[in-house]
Design a protein around this ligand. Structure first.
Ligand code: ADP
Length: 319
């Protein structure tokens, strides 16, 4: 193996740059060449790639986003698109690929490895922490910190003005950001896609609290559980109390990665390249109990069962 390619794909996540740096510098340490592929699978299909140097990844460890850019690429989901991607890899003499992204990106990498015999490893780059075989994904820690920072600020005004605030955070299918930021932020309630909820019960608690003199509430909601605007509308309708909404949106994807996400990116970037050198392919690299952990893509893509019970219990207990 002489030359590897690296791409970031799907939703961007803080720490992807640290992972790219980990890949590039490790490859150089092992005398390999590295090509950066731009905009994920789109760049692969359109021959949008260039050689990276040691300097290409200087001063990026602290930056959010991804220097390689990212995209969603429907064309890559077709056989013709994949065939074209494989031709581009061969034309550029790229022997193996590191794919940094979420579950969709892993599905693409799995197909490249299994059906097209391209040596491929995946690194978990997604703020949602929704991949199996790893305790954390690159970007999830930063996203929780960003949501928490917003909740802390909202809390100041909530307590001064005595209001109900709904804070909508990202997570179509995953309640990770909502749950962790709600617990760390001392929110009164959290609603996540994984757990059923009853708006009547929530409103009952709010009304009971109001009678006892508790007028300030923060409810953190993952976008996939119910939209913040809709939740606020229903709460106001049922309780007759004014309810404000903050939708955090894309700020959760940006920002300088936390130390944890940078270290994770560096570590998994290095591990990914070292696995390719050993001839391992079709796998996702993660960390379990602070040890690098390798699972095949199929295992990584199994539905994630993360324990929500203890966090939910604590939020209720400590309110
Ligand atoms: P993420 O990787 O963040 O989950 P997406 O789900 O949008 O983001 O996936 C990123 C890209 O991965 C898609 O735009 C597509 O090019 C590729 N991809 C996703 N699912 C598949 C699939 N089943 N087969 C082939 N490629 C896929």
């Amino acid at each position: 193996m002489k030359r590897i390619g690296v791409l970031t794909s799907g939703g961007d996540a803080p720490g992807m740059n640290a992972a790219i740096r980990g890949v590039v510098r490790t490859a150089f340490a092992h005398k390999l060449e590295v090509y950066g592929i731009f905009r994920g699978y789109t760049g692969l299909i359109n021959d949008d790639l260039k050689p990276l140097t040691h300097r290409s990844v200087s001063n990026i460890i602290n930056r959010g986003g991804t220097i390689l850019k990212t995209s969603r690429c429907p064309e890559f989901m077709t056989k013709e698109g994949q065939k074209r991607a494989v031709e581009i890899l061969q034309r550029n003499s790229i022997d193996a690929l590191v794919v940094i992204g979420g579950d969709g990106s892993y599905r693409g990498a799995q197909i490249l490895a299994r059906e097209w015999h391209i040596p491929c490893v995946g690194l978990p780059g997604t703020i949602d922490n929704d991949l199996n075989g790893t305790d954390r994904t690159i970007g999830s820690d930063t996203a929780v910190e960003t949501a928490l920072d917003a909740i802390d600020k909202i809390k100041d005004t909530v307590n001064s003005m005595e209001r109900i605030f709904v804070v909508e955070v990202m997570g179509h299918h995953s309640g990770y950001i909502a749950l962790k930021s709600a617990l760390a932020g001392g929110a009164e309630q959290v609603l996540i896609p994984e757990v059923k909820f009853d708006i009547q019960d929530i409103c009952h608690e709010i009304t009971e609290g109001y009678i006892r003199g508790k007028a300030s509430w923060i409810i953190v909601v993952a976008e996939g559980a119910i939209k913040g605007m809709e939740l606020a509308r229903q709460i106001t309708e049922i309780t007759d109390l004014e309810t404000r909404v903050v939708v955090l949106g894309h700020i959760q994807r940006g920002g300088s990665p936390t130390a944890e996400d940078r270290i994770l990116g560096n570590r998994l970037g290095a591990a990914g390249v070292e696995l390719l050198i050993k001839g391992v392919s079709g796998v996702a690299v993660g960390v379990l109990n602070d040890q690098v952990h390798v699972v095949d893509f199929e295992e990584a893509l199994r539905p994630v069962t993360f324990d929500t019970k203890e966090d939910l219990r604590l939020i209720k207990l400590l309110t």
